[in-house]
Design a protein around this ligand. Structure first.
Ligand code: FAD
Length: 347
């Protein structure tokens, strides 16, 4: 009897798992779901083509509602959009958001919870996972089965395949550069998902008082966001000064590119640290990545090796960056930059 019972409960568990339901924690800006969160929706589809996806958005004001409308028609598998309308969720504070995630998960009983590996996702996920008493799987780059994932280890030098064997929900953060969002053409037949308000009665003084939003300081620039740019021009310590980085900025203007930097360039004070690409910086995978005066340390490669085409300019023919580059030029970067700036017309 006991054996049969065990068996049938296993059969039940398997058939239950076939119908994955995923909660995607989405970020939005200017009334649009951010591209990194659209990639999280693509990851939810990779979990299962029959996945029922719920999208969770938080914040307040008209921008939240506009983003909810965007989310509602952003992917064919989205079955509902949940909005947590409160100033408590207007900023990426992990404490109230973790309480929100726990409450929504407890009501919805999702099999998977997915967030992007942005600074918000990285801050939120472990805290929410601890509240739900599960272990999150981080930095997923591929999904081979509903609970089998690939993630980089040793700064991207090895790929590890892991099976999640814990209880629901299986929580994970995904590398947005590894999951392409659904194109608008694929969306033409899509129904628009309903938008529902989340019950916020769980919010307590405790979850609100732990942290407070002070301010956001960001660079006032017309250039594309580093994490989503199609072209990135990066400078390393070889640029030698903050003044010389202006040459890279001029090239970026001409190419419609974002500017990136190595940690050595950031540590030397040439540029602010939000431009850092690599293991402890941003992960990028643009169509074109141009590296000037970058040696190609593994920690830097960890953040850009998935770029489609890599061009490297370095005066040292033995620099490791050339092993990752599709096109390498052994030359003085200042001469190359001068020539490029002369030859490439303004945008
Ligand atoms: P260098 O290694 O000093 O290389 C400068 C290059 O410029 C050289 O190859 C040189 O030949 C070339 N050069 C000099 N002058 C010229 C010229 N005139 N023309 C052409 N070429 C020239 N690094 C990151 O980038 N991102 C990270 O996220 C990151 N995380 C880290 C995390 C940890 C835990 C640790 C330990 C390190 C991390 N690092 C990271 C640092 C990393 O190990 C390297 O120190 C760093 O990437 C080196 O930066 P660089 O290539 O600019 O400098």
């Amino acid at each position: 009897r006991r054996g049969r019972g065990g068996c049938s409960s296993r059969v039940f568990a398997q058939s239950f798992r076939r119908f994955a339901s995923t909660l995607v924690v989405a970020e939005h800006e200017g009334g649009q779901v951010k591209p990194s969160s659209l990639s999280a929706l693509a990851a939810a589809e990779a979990v299962s083509k029959e996945n029922k996806i719920s999208v969770l958005l938080g914040g307040s004001g008209p921008a939240l509602h506009k983003a909810a409308e965007h989310a509602a028609s952003s992917h064919p598998l989205v079955s509902e959009v949940l909005i947590a309308e409160s100033d408590a969720f207007a900023h990426p504070l992990a404490e109230p958001w973790a309480d929100l995630l726990r409450s929504v998960q407890q009501k919805g009983g999702y099999s998977h919870v997915i967030a992007s590996s942005t600074s918000f996702g990285k801050n939120l996920l472990p805290r929410a996972a601890a509240l739900l008493d599960v272990s999150p799987v981080t930095d997923v780059t591929a999904i081979t089965e509903e609970r089998v994932f690939v993630r980089p280890i040793y700064a991207g030098n090895a790929l590890c395949t892991v099976r999640y064997t814990g209880v629901d929900p299986c929580m994970m953060s995904i590398r947005s550069t590894s999951f392409s969002p659904t194109t608008t053409e694929a969306m033409s037949e899509t129904k628009v998902a309903p938008i529902t308000q989340v019950d916020l009665s769980f919010l307590s003084e405790g979850s609100l008082g732990k942290s407070a939003w002070v301010s956001l300081t960001s660079q006032d620039t017309e250039r594309p966001d580093l994490a989503n740019a199609r072209v990135v021009v990066t400078g390393g310590r070889g640029l030698k000064s903050a003044e010389n980085f202006k040459l890279l900025e001029q090239l970026a203007e001409k190419l419609g590119a974002a500017v990136g930097a190595t940690r050595a360039a950031v540590d030397a004070g040439f540029v602010p640290n939000d431009l850092q690409v690599g293991q402890t910086g941003k992960i990028v995978a643009p169509e074109l990545y141009m590296a000037f005066g970058v040696s190609g340390a593994i920690q830097h490669l960890a953040g850009m090796r998935d770029s489609k085409v890599i061009v490297a300019v370095n005066k040292d023919a033995d620099a490791p960056i050339f092993q990752a580059a599709d096109y390498g030029l052994v030359a003085d970067l200042f001469e190359v930059l001068e020539e490029l700036l002369k030859k490439i017309p303004d945008k």
